[in-house]
Design a binder for this molecule. Structure first.
Ligand SMILES: *Cc1c(COP(=O)(O)O)cnc(C)c1O
Length: 602
């Protein structure tokens, strides 16, 4: 069986393998490698982020269509509304197409900081909702009043009574129209998954039941009841099961209904936060529900409670971000080197007379046939260990050691190639010993911060060679000088890649589903900044590359961390002739990633 890298688990039909190539499963179905080549022809080397706005659009459409179908099915009287939480991806290359594609649904934005709120009040379509979460100071609340004055449909979701006091204060002070008010409730039911701490009684966020009652009284006393429109909760990101959501719906549904019965006459919405999961694993499914089930459960539960308590069915808001953006972005990393390539046979320099163990290795290499490959490989690894001991004791020299290393690697390679077809299982047992290390032109800290920080898996697949059996158990290294910049081989989630001669052909790896959280969580370790990015847009059958933004130049990176760049240039000029300085200046204006590693002329 060919290794398909779990594409049927994680790709949701967004990408397919055809004729050995990873292709975008849309319109003219371009291969990813053809897109990468086109970008690199414009002299953009290093890692690439390919964004596919049509995938974001598909997710938005799927979300609305699924909920609206359930609404029809259950004859539900509320509406479905959604906002994109900006913290999941604030970059303009992602946000502009999202706003455009969401317009027909009135898809809105959620902001959790002042800077995010400024993005929302600048670019959100006026008819689409804005929700504001997180801790707020006076300025942030004032910004929301200003957004309301501009005509935005904005809801301030309060996290504490003090925020409500500030809202009342600002209204008295400015007489600006008041935004709608939402109450974030602190549920006793928690979430599931690693991020569950956003829900539950010890959660960082939300009002206790006592505070909810207190807030209601305060709103009423200040004659602001018309602005109280929303109940909100968020039980955490990447829910793998639907059970905690059902509990949270019951709890918040009853709070909604009770407040309505108390006299909150304009209260009309329950905002269920985010948390819809996507599949990141290439080995097993981790999400145990479908979007249809999710939608039906929300609508069924809320209808049930409304009926029980005799109130109108609430409008539904969601703030799912990961579900909308993850699949839209693919990180492409060029492979710079396979570490064992330095053990090519051409470097072998056997002497007239060699130490016996080396003669032995040479014979193993020459005589190895399929039947003996497993055994000979074992012998070779044993011999190699003995030879290293002999070297440490001073009995063999550096040339002998080099010969031993080359021969052992060649024996392993030969064994792998002889075993590959039928004895895959046998091979697997040896994987730990015979890994190949692939050096990738990217920074894990910058581009996969969730892998570094919380061991988040991402699907990995080469863009080419997919009709050939991958034979090397792989560990991946980034180009930072940090040993944490490594994705080690894991026999339980084994990654196999192809044995490539990089002098003859290029090899690129794709990391998929990286469109949520990675872009701005990433950090500039070793001063590797954001990769070059491009939006891949389909105009009829044609593929158009829009908004190519090159990775920052070295001089810009230094400016960003507050170096005085003219001082840098003046100092660098000292003691250099003008031509040498000109070359240096050209380098300052290139990005920080490697161009190539093996060729001087390239
Ligand atoms: C982070 C967050 C979201 C988005 O969560 P996803 O798991 O990305 O869907 C939604 N609402 C609030 C309040 C959040 O803090």
């Amino acid at each position: 069986m060919l290794n398909n890298y779990g594409i049927d688990i994680w790709s949701d039909d967004n990408f397919v393998i055809e004729k050995g190539l990873a292709k975008v499963n849309f319109k003219s179905k371009p291969s990813l490698i053809s897109i990468v080549k086109e970008v690199r022809e414009q002299d953009f080397k290093g890692p690439l982020l390919l964004r596919f706005p049509h995938i974001t659009k598909k997710q938005i459409t799927t979300l609305y269509d699924t909920f609206n179908t359930s609404i029809d099915e259950y004859n539900y009287n509320g509406t479905f509304n959604a906002v994109f939480p900006l913290k999941v991806n604030q970059l303009p290359t992602f946000i502009h197409p999202l706003i455009q594609n969401g317009k027909e649904y009135n898809y809105g934005l959620e902001a959790g900081s002042k800077a995010e709120l400024v993005i929302a009040m600048t670019y959100n379509n006026l008819n689409s909702p804005i929700t504001v979460n997180g801790f707020k100071d006076k300025e942030m609340i004032h910004l929301a009043f200003i957004a309301r004055s501009k005509g935005h449909n904005i809801t301030l979701i309060i996290e504490g009574i003090n925020e409500l006091e500030t809202i009342i204060g600002i209204q008295e002070e400015t007489h600006l129209p008041c935004p709608n008010i939402g109450l974030r409730v602190r549920l006793h039911s928690g979430g599931s998954g690693i991020w569950a701490k956003s829900g539950g009684i010890n959660s960082k966020f939300g009002l206790t039941s006592t505070e909810i009652l207190e807030a209601y009284e305060m709103i009423k006393e200040n004659e602001m009841i018309e602005y109280l429109t929303m109940i909100h909760f968020h039980i955490g990101s990447a829910m793998n099961s639907i059970k905690p959501l059902k509990k949270a719906l019951r709890e918040s549904g009853h709070i909604y209904a009770e407040l309505k019965n108390l006299g909150a006459e304009n209260l009309n919405a329950i905002n269920i936060g985010g948390g819809l999961a996507v599949e990141y694993s290439a080995y097993e499914r981790n999400r145990f529900y479908s979007l249809r089930e999710f939608a039906s459960d929300v609508i069924f539960t809320l209808r049930d409670i409304a009926k029980q308590k005799g109130v109108d069915e609430p409008n539904i808001f969601t703030e799912s971000g990961r579900f909308i953006s993850a699949a839209s972005t693919v990180l492409v990393t060029p492979v710079l080197e396979l570490f064992s390539s330095e053990y090519d046979l051409e470097h072998l320099k056997l002497k007239e007379s060699n130490p016996p163990l080396i003669e032995e290795l040479n014979l193993l290499f020459k005589d190895m046939v399929k039947k003996t490959s497993y055994e000979y490989m074992h012998d070779a690894i044993d011999h190699m260990e003995s030879l290293l001991t002999l070297f440490d004791l001073g009995y063999i020299d550096l040339q002998d050691r080099s010969n031993a290393e080359i021969l052992t690697h060649q024996i392993i390679k030969k064994a792998i190639s002889q075993l590959e077809v039928e004895d895959y299982e046998e091979l697997k047992r040896l994987d730990e010993n015979i890994q190949e290390k692939y050096l990738l032109n990217f920074s894990m800290f910058q581009s996969l911060p969730d892998y570094w920080g919380i061991d988040q898996e991402f699907p990995i697949m080469p863009l080419t060679h997919l009709n050939k059996k991958p034979t090397r158990s792989a560990s991946l290294w980034d180009i930072t000088c940090d040993s944490d910049g490594e994705l080690p081989f894991d026999s339980k989630k084994a990654l196999y890649l192809h044995d490539i001669d990089l002098n003859k052909e290029e090899y690129f790896l794709g990391f998929f589903n990286v469109g949520a959280y990675q872009d701005t969580l990433g950090m500039k370790h070793n001063l590797f900044s954001h990769p070059t990015e491009v939006n891949v847009v389909f105009k009829d059958e044609e593929v158009v590359l829009e908004k190519v933004i090159e990775s920052q130049t070295i001089i810009d990176i230094l400016e960003d961390i507050d170096y005085d760049t003219s001082d840098i240039k003046n100092r660098l000029k000292e003691n250099l002739d003008i031509n040498t300085y000109k070359i240096l200046e050209k380098y300052l204006n290139e990005n920080n990633y490697l161009k190539t590693i093996w060729s001087y002329n390239d």
